[in-house]
Design a protein around this ligand. Structure first.
Ligand code: MG
Length: 197
């Protein structure tokens, strides 16, 4: 489950408003790849971009949970890249195709939530070693407990589900030969080469 426009500065860079409620969309399980696996640029897009994000990994079934109970449903946090075909996203009102290509969801190892304050999490995205994005949990428009409560009113969250909490400003292009890395500072990183189809 993914959240769109959840950092003010990122919404602005696309000329979009921050939504009144969390803007939700889905990525398919077939998009998920691990650290080191290639992100494959599809022939159908000319503009594929990185979106470094804080991933929230669910540890127990959550349905209609309150914000107060939401944190207890979290197993941990993982660095996540919500890879996006921006040209397709702009041309279609539904984002399933733009966000759903195979390999478009690298996720790193889950770090246990114990003792971790989601507000203090810091996500950094680098392309070829150069920093492109940096954001903090405390900057999320809709915070982690609110997101879990909100989503669990719609659908049951299962153990192992992952919530991509939105990307900070600085999204940009990925090209064949690049290496893109998303780091949760102090916790871990997911690093992937980019290859042509
Ligand atoms: Mg995103």
């Amino acid at each position: 489950m993914c959240v769109g426009r959840n950092y003010v500065a990122h919404a602005k860079e696309h000329g979009a408003e921050v939504p009144e409620r969390p803007l939700l969309f889905l990525k398919p399980p077939s998009a998920v790849v691990a650290d080191g696996a290639p992100i494959i640029l599809p022939a159908d897009s000319q503009q594929v971009e990185h979106e470094g994000e804080i991933g929230v990994v669910i540890g127990r079934r959550a349905r209609h949970v309150s914000e107060a109970d939401a944190l207890a449903c979290i197993a941990g946090y993982a660095p996540l890249n919500d890879v996006t075909a921006r040209d397709i996203q702009r041309s279609e009102s539904q984002w399933a195709r733009a966000k759903g290509f195979d390999t478009f969801c690298p996720i790193g190892r889950t770090c246990p939530a114990d003792g971790v304050d989601w507000r203090a999490l810091e996500v950094v995205c680098r392309v070829n070693g150069q920093e492109r994005q940096r954001g903090r949990g405390s900057e999320l428009v809709f915070g982690v407990p609110y997101l879990i409560a909100f989503i669990s009113r719609v659908m049951t969250l299962e153990e192992g589900d992952v919530i991509a909490t939105g990307t900070p400003e600085g999204v940009g292009p990925l090209r064949a030969g690049d290496e893109v890395e998303v780091e949760l500072v102090g916790l871990g990183r997911v690093r992937n080469p980019v290859t042509d189809h």
